[in-house]
Design a protein around this ligand. Structure first.
Ligand code: SF4
Length: 348
């Protein structure tokens, strides 16, 4: 007997689901009902779609599957941070993190299984890049964290950062589709202004984002504004040097007029001198900028160590003197390896 290869129904647009029903001699609006079950009500089976007839549910079941993620393991940090190990439909695992503050809940989500890039200070870079996440797999991580936020903190998710595993601009189309769903009234209806896509700096894609007139915010993991040093810690900088990154960011700013945030870790003996801080000021002068100085969380071999408080203070003074907004961000969830740069499937 010939078996029908079932399609993932969540890869279809609403129009495509409507067209499916029309082709079956049914009403197009059934497609709207199914779409609502899939995206607003988070149904994991056709059986759960109780306003459809038994025949319709059977028909869907014969033709489609609903791929969905499963939170395989959840760890809670002493500071309230939650890390989810998320199992995908093919058994691969990614991680996402809920970061609570007094007033906000932020979801830090993954965009790839492993990463295409090779930042030497990052635990994820040690995992082979297996594949890009699909839009629904990104969306589901957000929904899972929204549910946890309601359950444990009695409030809905307020912000999203694409700073988990993977380089989001290397999976641009799927990230964009996921954000479309997250911001759509038929999804989570979140404001794009509450979403930050953080890139290690892929110039061509930054320009594309500007051309696409995206409404979310951009952050760049810079870590050094001196090519030689940046290449030594982020080897892909040899391919995408700072000159190209800066030109792309200038283009982004000219199109969007949106402030650029730089993520920056100061490491002992790597980028902790006055010369490094001056180079950073020079790099970000061209547009309104904000620098987040992030506390570093050593990964196993301890090659990279957080710089002294004196070095951090020197950066703060240098940036403030030049009129650049600067914040020092303490790390969250260190005890469960959920902090920046620590996501590496240890829970796996
Ligand atoms: S820091 Fe980001 S871009 Fe660099 S290897 Fe890690 S996950 Fe990939």
């Amino acid at each position: 007997m010939e078996t029908i290869k079932k399609k993932d129904i969540r890869a279809l647009t609403k129009e495509q689901i409507r067209a499916f029903f029309v082709a079956q001699g049914d009403k197009a609006f059934r497609g709207n009902q199914v779409y609502e079950w899939l995206w607003q009500k988070g149904a994991h089976s056709f059986e759960a779609m109780t306003n459809l007839s038994k025949e319709t549910r059977h028909q869907l079941d014969t033709n489609f599957v609903i791929n969905h993620i499963k939170v395989d393991q959840m760890q809670r940090s002493s500071d309230g941070t939650i890390k989810n190990a998320v199992q995908l439909h093919d058994g691969l695992i990614v991680e996402s993190v809920l970061i609570p503050t007094k007033t906000r809940t932020t979801a830090c989500v993954s965009s790839q299984v492993g990463c295409s890039l090779d930042c030497r200070f990052c635990a994820t870079s040690r995992l082979k890049r297996m594949r890009n996440l699909n839009p629904d797999e990104i969306y589901d991580q957000v929904v899972a964290i929204d549910n946890e936020s309601r359950l444990y903190f009695d409030r809905k998710l307020s912000n999203i950062v694409f700073m988990g595993m993977g380089e989001p601009l290397m999976n641009y189309n799927n990230v964009l589709k996921a954000i479309d769903k997250i911001t759509s009234p038929e999804g989570l209806a979140m404001s794009p202004k509450r979403i930050i896509v953080s890139t290690s700096g892929v110039p061509k894609m930054i320009k594309k984002m500007a051309d696409d007139e995206v409404k979310f915010k951009l952050a760049v993991s810079l870590h050094s504004a001196i090519d030689e040093i940046r290449t030594s810690i982020m080897p892909f900088n040899a391919t995408f040097p700072l000159k190209d990154l800066r030109e792309a960011l200038q283009y982004w700013y000219s199109k969007t007029k949106s402030r650029i945030t730089y993520e920056y870790v100061v490491w002992d003996g790597i980028n902790d001198t006055q010369n490094d801080a001056n180079a950073l000021v020079e790099f970000c002068r061209f547009a309104p900028s904000k620098v987040n100085l992030i506390e570093y969380n050593p990964i196993d071999d301890g090659e990279f160590q957080q710089a002294s408080n004196k070095a951090i203070d020197m950066y703060v003074t240098t940036l403030e003197r030049s009129g650049i907004t600067v914040t020092v961000r303490r790390s969250r969830g260190k005890d469960i390896d959920a902090a920046c740069g620590q996501l590496a499937n240890k829970s796996n």
